[in-house]
Design a binder for this molecule. Structure first.
Ligand SMILES: *[C@@H]1O[C@H](CO)[C@@H](O)[C@H](O)[C@H]1NC(C)=O
Ligand SMILES: *[C@@H]1O[C@H](CO)[C@@H](O)[C@H](O)[C@H]1NC(C)=O
Ligand SMILES: *[C@@H]1O[C@H](CO)[C@@H](O)[C@H](O)[C@H]1NC(C)=O
Ligand SMILES: *[C@@H]1O[C@H](CO)[C@@H](O)[C@H](O)[C@H]1NC(C)=O
Ligand SMILES: *[C@@H]1O[C@H](CO)[C@@H](O)[C@H](O)[C@H]1NC(C)=O
Ligand SMILES: *[C@@H]1O[C@H](CO)[C@@H](O)[C@H](O)[C@H]1NC(C)=O
Ligand SMILES: *[C@@H]1O[C@H](CO)[C@@H](O)[C@H](O)[C@H]1NC(C)=O
Ligand SMILES: [Zn+2]
Length: 662
């Protein structure tokens, strides 16, 4: 043992490698819902009896309107938002959702002074008490005069009602107007908020939201290509809060006939709930359910949850999990005002894009489309739904019980605890593959020491390699997922700057050639393959490098002749049977790279009829083997966090002395 520097002048060079750190992303959505007073109701379009009769079969049309602040964005940001992000996000919902035909022009209501409004019997319009405000805001954006209706007022005793001014041209050829701004607001500075959105006006016949706003936070909009997918998904997510998925709209949901699911007061609106600052929904929409016998480290507890129980949502979740007892879709119960209830429960729906935090690979599934149908305002084009693999067909045990229960029962029956995991994240870092093999990933189990997790989130009776009694300190990094640990994508960071992501299909994630020890290749045609449990190494004549992380990597692959082929540095390796070990020994970038990959089952990767072979029936594989010839045998030094080196003698490599490598 000795300090690394000691050998600087010898023929051995000792290399220490841990340039960047793996960082698991966990951005929480903060949908600050509009309070009852902030929403203008009663925009008259057409009478309810006319609207109700229409089929919900017209593609949703969203009109964009930019606030001046949008033009203050940098040229690159504006280009990204205007030409890519907004068109793609709006297109998605315009293709995914249909509405009843809007025949009339939409003219938004003016805000009344002090929100004092009169409704007159038999009249479709509302009136302001005394005066209208001079400006009507939608979020932070001032609604342009040409979108507004005339100012209707009555005096303080509700008499002498008049309308002043001439109506603007209004919004023609659209069902929803979306005001977009890019201001540095107070909400932007909270956390790392990229954008937020909400609705601001509802029409009077069926309460459908018809106007909304979104604010982009200028300082958080990255134009890096590897951040685009997340930005796009975030914007789609925010738009959906404005279109219907919001605690401020649940109470307005209607059934298939257009009748309210929540009883209305005399003023035609559901009763206000002061505590949550929203209108209170009925239990035809959300039910409170108590899960008995919820297993945690300390024993069994009763867990109270809120469940979305509208009919299409119920059907979709029962089919997704293959659990006919399931009452509906569990809603998020953590995360504070902007997150709670306005998202799907993270533990149950992980990468569904309408959960409260982005972790990886967000998808808009059938469940979210079903909810939009259950608002009574939309019908959905299910061809636009993206498959959600999390929890698919895992049954009632997965969805009705705690993750501790699931982990314990799978372990005791000798099965994989997938989709949960129990490998604590630490150095050296051991990566894995996500289930769909689109990404290198890590088990997101970490220590919260010296904090113990709240009892109801202590999900472990036992964790491999962790002393008994310390389980309470450990949990997944995603608190919204009830701290249940699971396999998650991550980013490599150095000094907190994102260097690259771990998703196999983005070419920008390719490691720098100098650091590509396992000869990975990221791109459209790449997927994640497991390494064996031996670390990879790089050799030159005077150096050996070992890396402080390993476990899996991204490689290009093809499927042909009934077999799966993996490409490493453009050399093709054929997989004949699952679990086959591919020995890699390739000279590239002046280093000899040594390591191994494990073949996944062909069926998992290839959409074709796979040949079924075993080690006995497969041809003897002949692997490409590069050699390194050196006059002086190299020595190995491994850095083990301490800054010290372990000197490995030649005895470890007896064959070197006879020249060359095996
Ligand atoms: C544009 O940016 C300038 C400088 O930051 C600011 O003073 C101005 O108010 C912004 N304009 C809008 C419309 O936001
Ligand atoms: C914004 O994008 C639209 C089309 O997506 C384009 O017609 C328009 O010119 C763009 N605006 C600016 C200011 O570039
Ligand atoms: C409202 O108008 C009616 C009829 O013009 C009048 O009798 C009443 O005094 C007015 N009320 C107020 C508060 O001005
Ligand atoms: C909870 O467990 C107790 C005993 O372990 C059992 O009697 C009871 O039926 C269980 N309740 C539910 C709802 O599973
Ligand atoms: C659904 O669950 C039933 C038993 O509850 C099982 O027989 C069936 O195979 C499951 N279906 C799928 C697709 O997993
Ligand atoms: C693989 O082959 C392609 C096309 O011949 C070439 O562009 C690429 O640089 C090669 N990659 C490596 C790592 O040799
Ligand atoms: C599998 O291949 C068939 C025929 O080539 C094609 O129709 C089908 O869409 C493919 N499925 C997937 C999931 O790619
Ligand atoms: Zn949200």
């Amino acid at each position: 043992m000795g300090r690394c520097d000691k050998w600087k002048n010898a023929t051995i060079l000792i290399i220490v490698f841990n340039f960047s750190q793996a960082f698991i992303r966990n951005k929480v959505c903060n949908h600050v819902h509009p309070k009852p007073d902030e929403v203008i109701h009663g925009v008259h379009l057409e009478p309810a009896h006319v609207m109700k009769k229409r089929n919900i079969d017209q593609p949703l049309r969203i009109l964009l309107h930019y606030d001046k602040s949008v033009f203050n964005l940098s040229e690159e940001q504006f280009e990204l938002i205007n030409s890519t992000v907004l068109p793609e996000a709006l297109d998605f919902w315009q293709q995914a959702l249909m509405v009843r035909r809007t025949e009339s022009v939409i003219r938004l209501n003016r805000k009344c002074e002090n929100n004092k409004i009169f409704f007159r019997k038999g009249e479709p319009y509302s009136y302001c008490k005394n005066t209208c405000e001079t400006r009507t805001l939608c979020g932070e954006v001032e609604v342009p005069e040409e979108h507004l209706d005339v100012c209707r007022t009555c005096n303080a005793s509700g008499m002498s009602c008049t309308s002043n001014g001439t109506p603007g041209p209004g919004i023609v050829g659209a069902d929803f107007v979306f005001y977009v701004s890019a201001m540095k607001t107070e909400r932007c500075s909270k956390g790392s908020t990229v954008a937020y959105a909400a609705h601001c006006q509802q029409e009077s016949a069926l309460d459908r939201p018809i106007a909304g706003h979104a604010n982009f936070c200028p300082n958080s909009i990255s134009t890096k290509p590897q951040e685009l997918a997340i930005l796009l998904s975030t914007v789609k997510h925010e738009i959906l809060h404005a279109l219907g998925f919001s605690i401020s709209l649940f109470a307005f949901y209607r059934d298939q006939n257009g009748d309210p699911l929540t009883p209305r007061e005399k003023n035609g609106k559901p009763v206000r709930n002061q505590k949550i600052q929203a209108r209170q929904w009925s239990d035809k929409i959300i039910k409170t359910v108590v899960r008995k016998n919820w297993s945690v480290h300390g024993g069994l507890i009763d867990k109270e949850i809120q469940i979305m129980v509208t009919p299409r949502v119920v059907k979709e979740v029962q089919e997704h999990f293959n659990c006919s007892e399931l009452e509906g879709a569990e809603l998020e119960d953590q995360g504070g005002e902007g997150t709670v209830l306005t998202h799907w429960e993270k533990r149950v729906f992980e990468n569904e894009a309408m959960t409260g935090t982005h972790t990886q690979n967000p998808v808009y599934s059938r469940l979210t489309l079903a909810l939009m149908e259950d608002t009574g305002w939309y019908s959905a084009n299910y061809d636009m739904a993206q498959p959600l693999s999390w929890g698919k067909n895992l049954g009632c045990d997965f969805v009705l019980k705690s993750c501790k229960d699931w982990i314990d029962s799978k372990r005791s029956s000798g099965h994989s605890i997938h989709p949960f995991c129990d490998k604590v994240k630490r150095d050296p870092l051991e990566t894995e593959c996500t289930d769909d093999r689109t990404s290198v990933a890590l088990c997101n189990l970490v220590s919260y020491y010296p904090q113990t997790l709240p009892e109801q989130y202590q999900n472990f009776g036992h964790i491999p390699h962790i002393p008994e009694g310390e389980e309470g300190y450990y949990g997944g990094v995603v608190s919204l997922a009830d701290y249940c640990p699971y396999i998650q994508e991550f980013t490599w960071r150095s000094q907190n700057i994102v260097i690259r992501g771990s998703h196999c299909q983005y070419p920008e994630n390719n490691p720098h050639p100098d650091k590509n020890f396992a000869l990975e290749e990221y791109g459209e045609e790449s997927r994640c393959f497991d390494h064996t449990d031996k670390m990879w190494e790089q050799r030159a004549c005077k150096q050996i490098r070992q890396w402080l992380h390993w476990g899996s990597g991204c490689y290009r692959y093809t499927c042909s002749d009934g077999l799966l082929h993996v490409m490493v540095n453009n050399i093709t390796y054929t997989c004949y049977y699952p679990e086959q070990v591919l020995t890699i020994q390739i000279f590239a970038n002046n280093w000899l790279h040594k390591g191994a990959l494990v073949c996944p089952p062909c069926e998992e990767m290839c959409n074709m009829t796979c040949k079924h072979m075993t080690p006995e029936t497969s041809p003897n594989p002949s692997y490409h083997i590069d050699q390194l010839t050196c006059s002086v045998p190299p020595l190995l030094c491994t850095h083990l966090l301490t800054g010290f080196c372990i000197f490995w003698t030649l005895f470890n490599y007896p064959r070197w002395q006879t020249g060359g490598f095996i």
